[in-house]
Structure formats: structure tokens, C-alpha cells
Design a protein around this ligand. Structure first.
Ligand code: CA
Length: 291
């Protein structure tokens, strides 16, 4: 037998003989439930205006036992508000829920299926939303973290914490539709408008339109932006773009074709790129849709 191979056997024998096999360095694994390809809510979920709760479906496993699972939603508007939106009934959506070790039937395995009704409520069923309060539409960060009994925690850095952005749309926030998007001819048509049927709507004050390649492997970001346009002035500061741009002519009804006519960046759009529209109103709502 070659010397190197003997050494290998001796070394692996040594490793196996200690207490090492009981040492758990692995954080809990957060995965989709068996019957599904994805965790719910999925990456970049757009929550329609008439939906009042976001169903959760995921499972968590750890061989040495789960100590806790923490679910969290907080705003991803990326900044602070100006004083001008402080005097209305709108509140930021907040949600937090902790599942403790003591709550677990099986300490090594937790599963929440859609029918279990573990949901994020978007109305005052959620104790963090005051009675009669309206949540601000906008991008929110959602995360599922977990820790095991040995203190190993999931992390954002290696994506073992599940995290994504949810785009919560509301009927009182800016509305938008794109009827045609044709890179061949460089044509975009559609509209962005204030929903005057809703008493809590307000005028549109800011528009950010961008062309980007979505990056699902980096769910914290909106993708790699190739071209962008800005009109009006935002209520929210943002890390990656200016807070104001060219004058916004109309806060009630905006023709997208007029805004983007002749833009070469539309003609250059590839199969993997998308057009995203981010519209804000005077109350602080943000509507984001991707086409
Ligand atoms: Ca573990």
C-alpha cells in the first residue's frame, strides 16, 4: 500500500474518533415545501391591489434542532420620508412573526403549507396596522431567518436567509398599464394614472422608468439597470438614483408613449431585459410594475 494512502487512512481515522461528528456547524435550511418549486412569497412578487393577505409556504430543517424561525417585512423604499406625508392615514406595512422552539411539533422540521393560513395581512387584521389605517403601496423587503439550538444562524451573505422584494400594489396608489412594448420599432404605449375612483388617491408626483436585466440570484436588488429616466420629485430618497428629474407635466394622466418616444434604449432592448415603471403619489405610495 502506498505511504500516502496509509497516511490518509490514519488521518481520517483520527478525524472520526473525536467528538467532531456531533459538532453542528450547519445553519437551518429554508426551502420550498415538497409540492412546490418556490417559497411563497416568490422572488419579486407583485401583490395586486385587491389582495388583502400574502400566503406563506416554506419549510425549515435542522438535524440538531431549530431554536427559532423569524419572519419579517419592512419597507424597502430606501430612504426616509419628507415631512409632507406625515399628516395622513397612511402607514408603512410592518410584519413580524417568530416561531419558537417550544411551538414546534417536530424540533428538526417545520413546514408551513398554504392551507395553514400563516399569512401576512395587509389590512388591520395585522396588529401592526392601526384600525382604518391604509398601508403605503411600495416595495417591501421580506425575509425568513432561522437559528438552530447550537446557535448557527442563517445569513444574508450566503443567501441561507431567504429574502426578496415584494411589490405591494394598492388601488389608491398610481395605476399603470403597458399595451405595447416593441423593441423592433422602438415603440412603447400605455398609461399611468391617478385612480380618482378611490377617495384616498392623490396626484402622481414622481416617475422613474428603467430598463434592466433582472437578477434572481441577487434578490435584494432590482437588477442591472442599463437606461433610466426620471420626472418629478420623490418623497423618498434612494441610494442608486437622484430624487428628482425633469418636470412632470400631469399628475392625473400620463401617456407613456409621449414620455419615451424616439428613445434609442427601447430599440436596443434584448430578450432578457424588462421595462420597469416606478410611480409615486403625493401621499407617499409607490407603485412598481415590470413589463
Ligand atoms: Ca444545524
Amino acid at each position: 500500500m502506498p505511504v500516502v494512502f496509509v497516511l490518509f487512512l490514519l488521518l481520517s481515522g483520527c478525524l472520526d474518533s473525536g467528538d467532531d461528528e456531533t459538532l453542528d456547524l450547519q445553519s437551518p435550511r429554508i426551502t420550498p415545501i415538497i409540492s412546490s418549486q418556490v417559497i411563497s412569497p416568490d422572488h419579486f412578487t407583485e401583490v395586486p391591489g385587491d389582495v388583502s393577505n400574502i400566503p406563506l409556504a416554506f419549510q425549515v430543517e435542522d438535524e440538531n434542532g431549530i431554536s427559532e424561525i423569524v419572519l419579517d417585512v419592512h419597507n424597502g423604499f430606501d430612504g426616509h420620508t419628507h415631512g409632507r406625508i406625515a399628516n395622513n392615514n397612511f402607514v408603512l406595512l410592518n410584519y413580524t412573526h417568530t416561531i419558537d422552539h417550544a411551538d414546534l411539533e417536530d424540533p428538526r422540521f417545520f413546514v408551513s403549507e398554504l392551507e395553514d393560513d400563516l399569512s401576512i395581512y395587509l389590512d388591520d387584521t395585522n396588529p401592526l396596522i392601526p384600525t382604518g389605517g391604509l398601508i403605503l403601496a411600495g416595495p417591501y423587503h421580506f425575509s425568513i431567518k432561522a437559528a438552530d439550538l447550537d446557535g448557527n444562524e442563517t445569513s444574508y451573505a450566503d443567501n441561507t436567509t431567504y429574502h426578496t422584494t415584494l411589490y405591494v400594489q394598492r388601488d389608491y396608489a398610481p395605476q399603470m398599464e403597458v399595451n405595447m412594448l416593441d423593441p423592433m420599432t422602438g415603440t412603447v404605449s400605455g398609461r399611468i394614472w391617478r385612480n380618482t375612483d378611490h377617495a384616498s388617491s392623490s396626484e402622481i408626483i414622481f416617475l422613474w422608468i428603467y430598463i434592466a436585466t433582472p437578477n434572481p440570484s441577487n434578490p435584494a436588488q432590482e437588477g442591472d439597470i442599463r437606461a433610466e429616466w426620471i420626472w418629478g420629485e420623490s418623497n423618498w430618497s434612494h441610494q442608486f438614483r437622484p430624487g428628482s428629474g425633469a418636470d412632470l407635466i400631469d399628475g392625473e394622466e400620463i401617456d407613456i408613449a409621449e414620455l419615451l418616444i424616439g428613445e434609442e434604449a427601447i430599440r436596443q432592448m434584448t430578450e432578457s431585459e424588462v421595462l420597469t415603471i416606478w410611480a409615486e403619489d403625493a401621499n407617499g405610495n409607490i407603485s412598481v410594475k415590470t413589463f
